[in-house]
Write a new protein. Sequence first.
Length: 246
Amino acid sequence: MGGTGVRLKDETVVVTGGGSGIGRAVADACVREGARVAVVGRDRGKLESVAGASAFVADATVEADVERACGEIVGRFGGVDVLVNNAGSAESAPLGKTDRALWERMFAANATSGFLMSRALAPELVKRKGRIVFVASMAGKSGAAYIAAYAASKHAALGLMRSLAAEFAERGVRVNAVCPGYVDTPMTERSVANIVARTGKDAAAVRETLAQMNPQKRLIKPEEVADAVVRLASRECMATGQAVDL
């Protein structure tokens, strides 16, 4: 982990879900790398606590919010070089208890948000030959029991990433994704609490079970995900259409 402090110097980076968890770690890393950072999310207090970043309160799943916030960001900074589609959510349930509302929440948070943000900022990214990075998930490649809606929505996010990479390659915009397993974030803690509530298992044992599902056999640190995002967001990275496992 850690960077040179110049990989994103004087560039404007937009991070959705930037107030906590992976998004906050990404925002912090981009600030350290010299970027002007705009964090987008619903909680003003969390956004404004991100040192060195500018807060833009918006729900990335709501089209009108996205259009307004992106207009404000472009107005403030004069353009955008990097979009990090990090906003997301995770819920689990067996298929028989996965109702339509849960399904639609997962797709709104994990796929529609990236679609709306990418569409809104595409003209600016084309102007600057920018980059888009999706924070996806290993579940978006393999799936797993009891997370049908979540895994399907992350598959959708990767499909969107690959389609945008193909569409914008000739215009100089590179689009990639990082696919972490379980990360040590509040989202994972909520997943642990959900499993404990359903099964009555010990929280520490559940956390260890999730950690063992990662290749590293431990929970991934948010800063590790952030470092991978910065690498893909830098101008030195020439890859496009790639989904990088963590």
